[in-house]
Design a protein around this ligand. Sequence first.
Ligand code: COA
Length: 321
Amino acid sequence: MTLLRGRNVRISGTGVYIPERVMRNVDFTNFLDTSDEWISERTGIRERHFAADGEKCSDLAYMAAKNALENSGMSNKDIDMVIVASNTPDSIFPPMACKVQSRLGAVDAGAFDVQAGCTGSLAAMQTAISGIASGIWDNVLVIGCERFRDILDWKDRKTCILFGDAAGACLLSVSEDGAGGFTAAKLFSDGTKADYIMAVPSDDSFQQLSMKGNDVFKYVNRNLPKFISDFCKESRVDVEQVNLWVLHQANARIIDDIVRRLKISADRVPTNLERYGNTSAASLLVTLDEAVKNNKIKSGDKVCFAAFGAGMTFGALMYEA
Ligand code: COA
């Protein structure tokens, strides 16, 4: 189930877009009973970015996609499919992927959106990998993007301090020489916990984020480390063999717990949540882009991706560079 078959699929480009406006922890103290100490100690987050007034989620997606395409050296005509993962689309329809596809001039590409909480970018990548491995597509642009500012409850100090806006992207392509590529993939869902993280209608908004943060925290700490170690076993990769861990950036204490329980060396786990907060479907792709640009991934390295999110959903991918 977990091991991939078919054509090998490689990462051929990555990109990012972080909106300019920064909000520091201390800025929340202007309207909430909170403190920089509480937020940084409980979450590891120091600041996050938010989109400008006129900047739509699809605008963030387009900027990250453009950056990934430029970094890949490919042309817009090479793209066969655009897949956007997001929990905060401009509107329920049309798909944001169609807006990105037309702005990029990717005239030969299809386009659709997926939604799987913060696991969304992994679900999108696994869809892209399946399509390339089976031969229906050669190059797929995957984008994760969020504009949380619209759905946050700014009166709820337990949730609004956690999230930020961003977009990350990667171009996935068939490996021409057959070398390297993704070797294993897994998605898991436990819908009995669907009420842990929800978008619900409120007086202020059509959809507002509502979360049982402490339940999420306990559930993830109880189940995610085992999910990841089982995934490694099924992938036939020892945890110690993994050179780089691209993990969902939600809370530093959750990442520390994974590191401790799996006995991972912390220098193999890059983090950026201190700068961006939880950017949900964008988080993994932003982290991947930073790792690539900081030369943290060398040829032959094993990279393990893992994420969790609303649903509850878990996901993982194993990659050989
Ligand atoms: N500032 C100050 N105090 C705060 C606060 C804030 N921003 N938010 C909550 N508190 C208070 C609570 O009111 C509570 O006070 P009480 O004991 O007087 O009732 C106390 O801090 C502890 O709250 P609790 O919710 O139990 O804290 P926690 O240690 O679980 O941390 C989270 C809260 C949200 C940071 C943590 O549960 C978490 O990160 N959960 C995972 C959420 C997540 O990752 N979601 C995304 C999934 S993709």
